[in-house]
Ligand binder design. Structure first.
Ligand SMILES: C[S@@+](CC[C@H](N)C(=O)[O-])C[C@H]1O[C@@H](n2cnc3c(N)ncnc32)[C@H](O)[C@@H]1O
Length: 287
């Protein structure tokens, strides 16, 4: 396990995943019923964008930083809410404004969207990242951090007693069997908890990833994708988020958000919002 999210925090992939995550939480907490949230691959919880890891790649500068300095006029509501959550986290470490210096990972964004009585379990397998995550939420009884395999926890905790839930699955895709493991866990999860909302992040980088995206179609997700133009070989240039059982109005919010995000990320960036997985041959409808 070599992956450290600190190298990638706040990049275009996080922008896609976290904008969607904030909107999913907002819509799922609109009803006066308790919600269960599981983050199977939670990471460290928060990241220093001025630190060594982030500075070495500069990915946040080409991601969230471009959005943070964009004029607010015409900004889609979902993006404005995501950036407000980023700024609120950043403000805890000093005066906010302009480009963020600290970036909230998925568990922090989930935590910000929870109501009293909602339940949240965040899993992280890597010992150092898990320790950082435990520190991030030390003394916060609303968050249960487990140093554990997120796939096993998914199997153990579904269906939740709340009967309403959001499961974020965001693995590093380092190992070649990750696709298989993820699909197996997702099938088990959906079998146990068919009405749950599942958000699955995936890279779009090679034929294996393309086959995986096609396999996800069996779950009939709403597919969100961002594709960068002119990226150096070996760097991630495209990614997706497949959302199974999205709440009402989520698609509408993403149709408004993604074109704006793509335009701010830079020239040649394209987007997809589709009720069926896009393949390189048939992306539709997109910008
Ligand atoms: C892409 S990062 C997570 C980023 C985080 N979800 C966010 O959006 O801020 C993936 C994380 O999964 C962890 N990981 C790898 N295999 C795991 C497993 N089987 N169970 C739980 N965590 C795992 C890695 O150590 C890494 O921190």
């Amino acid at each position: 396990m070599n992956y450290r999210h600190g190298y990638h925090a706040g990049n275009f992939a996080d922008v896609l995943k976290h904008t969607a995550l904030c909107e999913l939480l907002r819509l799922l907490t609109a009803k006066d019923k308790k919600l269960f949230v599981l983050d199977t691959h939670a990471g460290a919880g928060g990241y220093d964008l001025a630190g060594n890891l982030a500075r070495r790649t500069g990915e946040a500068e080409a991601g969230v930083a471009r959005l943070a300095v964009a004029p607010r006029t015409g900004m889609p509501a979902a993006v404005a809410r995501y950036l407000a959550a980023v700024a609120a986290y950043d403000r805890k470490f000093g005066p906010a404004g302009g480009q963020p210096r600290r970036y909230p990972g998925s568990p922090r964004l989930v935590r910000a969207g929870l109501r009293p009585g909602d339940r949240f379990v965040a899993c992280e397998l890597h010992p150092e990242e898990a320790l950082a995550l435990k520190r991030e939420f030390a003394g916060d009884r609303a968050v249960e951090v487990r140093q554990a395999d997120g796939y096993k926890v998914l199997k153990a905790l579904l269906p939740p007693v709340e009967r309403r839930g959001l499961v974020l699955i965001d693995p590093p895709f380092e190992a070649t069997d990750e696709y298989e493991k993820l699909l197996r866990a997702l099938r088990q999860g959906v079998r146990r908890f068919a009405t749950g909302c599942y958000a699955v992040w995936y890279p779009i980088k090679d034929e294996m990833a393309a086959a995986f995206a096609r396999d996800l179609a069996a779950f009939r997700p709403l597919v969100l994708e961002l594709r960068l133009g002119g990226i150096a070989p070996g760097k991630l240039a495209a990614c997706g988020l497949a959302v199974i059982n999205p709440p009402w109005r989520f698609e509408e919010a993403m149709r408004e958000a993604l074109p704006w995000v793509a335009a701010r990320l830079g020239p040649g960036v394209t987007w997809v919002v589709d009720a069926a997985p896009a393949t390189p041959a048939a992306p539709a409808p997109s910008g």
